[in-house]
Write a protein that binds this ligand. Structure first.
Ligand code: ADP
Ligand code: DP6
Length: 359
């Protein structure tokens, strides 16, 4: 019987956008990020391991992904990285099936829920992982090796999550110069944990709008590298978010001050897209409809702050509001979102094992 995990996706309100250049291979970020765990958008993944030599068969949304496909390549690369720290991983063959209940690669963070579910399922499946299976901190750092944002979908308590950068990217050792134990210490120093569980602010409501469910042309991975390498303001931006924005955002959630959170998260999303536009050649993830939504929300908020938008690497907005404002928010967006698919979710718990298997 396989091991099966359900992992929710998460939406960052303080974004991860760029890797520590020396630690790129380990997905150690240049700065911390903050996210809400999304109850109703998730991945379900079943993994079965048998003694073998590291062969992987991978089915995503009902379709076999050939070894040469980018989806399989991504998974194979993940296993290779995990095998550097846990060599027993290399001595098994794996059958993996996974289903996402929302669009892939459209800026809804499918890599987050996808790699969180895969990581927890592997850790649950292999007995050798037993000593760390209950440690969300360790499992989160492993998920990070697959996709950075996946680290934030692991903490079991979900809710409002911080993923710390571990080391300062401007002054850090080169992994190639480090003995194994030091390399391991740093590689596992960047992980996610819950700051406030889902019960902390039950009034929050999260609205995903599928403006463009098609796959984006430039993945987050490629886009963040281009931004960090070609935008001369990048390091200043990363340090500003780390040192000037992070604590204020945490405090706004702690005190449940919606208008403060809304302002900080919209500014953070805007500054991410400004960073992208400042890359060369410029990266543009937003489209006309995204801009219409930004304008409509600022108009709505002119009297009283009722909603806030955030955009990942795609044109699809995620809107955070309070339940008492939800109806009005949807009504003012009606013109822009008619005929678009809308998902409404609460903040939920993190990844968990489940007894219903995909095969
Ligand atoms: P997104 O905005 O959806 O996160 P990314 O380009 O960052 O877009 O990541 C999308 C990639 O994540 C997919 O092309 C696929 O390789 C991987 N992915 C998505 N879902 C899963 C899954 N359930 N299991 C494993 N990998 C997945
Ligand atoms: C815009 O986690 O997909 O969604 O680590 O290269 O796999 P990799 O990148 P990924 O990037 C997510 C970027 C983002 C912002 C965020 O989720 O914090």
């Amino acid at each position: 019987m396989p091991t099966t995990v359900i992992a929710p996706t998460n939406i960052a309100v303080l974004k991860y956008w760029g890797k520590n250049p020396l630690w790129e291979d380990y997905n150690i970020p240049t700065k911390s990020s903050l996210s809400f765990t999304i109850e109703s958008l998730y991945t379900i993944t079943s993994v079965e391991a048998k003694r073998g030599s590291g062969q992987i068969s991978f089915k995503l949304n009902g379709k076999i992904k050939e070894k040469s496909s980018k989806e399989s390549a991504y998974v194979i690369e993940f296993f290779e990285k995990v095998g550097r720290f846990f060599s027993f991983v290399n001595f098994h063959d794996y059958k993996i099936e996974s289903i996402n209940n929302f669009p892939i690669a459209a800026g809804f963070a499918s890599s987050a829920s996808g790699f969180a579910a895969l990581t927890k399922a592997i850790v649950g499946e292999l007995v050798e992982f037993e000593p760390i299976c209950g440690s969300d901190v360790r499992v989160s750092a492993i998920a990070r090796l697959g996709s950075g944002s996946a680290a934030r979908s692991i903490p079991s308590n979900g809710g409002f999550v911080i993923w710390g950068r571990g080391i300062d990217f401007r002054n850090c050792p080169n992994p190639a110069d480090l003995p194994k134990n030091e390399l391991e210490r740093i590689a596992f120093s960047s992980y996610a944990e819950t700051l406030f569980g889902p019960d902390h602010w039950p009034e929050l409501s999260i609205i995903y709008i599928e403006i463009e469910p098609k796959e984006k042309k430039i993945s987050s991975r490629v886009g963040m590298k281009a931004t960090a390498e070609t935008n001369p303001l990048y390091a200043t931006w990363a340090e500003y978010e780390e040192n000037e924005v992070k604590e204020s955002m945490i405090s706004s959630v702690k005190k449940r001050r919606f208008s403060v959170l809304a302002r900080l998260m919209m500014r953070s999303s805007n500054s991410l897209h400004a960073m992208c536009f400042g890359a060369y050649p410029p990266l543009m993830y937003l489209n006309d409809k995204s801009i219409n939504i930004i304008n409509a929300i600022h108009e709505l908020n002119a009297k009283k702050t009722q909603a806030a938008y955030t955009f990942d690497a795609g044109p699809n907005p995620v809107i955070i509001t309070l339940r008492r404002y939800q109806k009005e928010v949807l009504s003012i967006l009606q013109e822009t979102i008619k005929n678009q698919k809308v998902h409404i979710s609460e903040v939920g718990k993190g990844a968990y094992f489940c007894d219903e298997h995909l095969f």
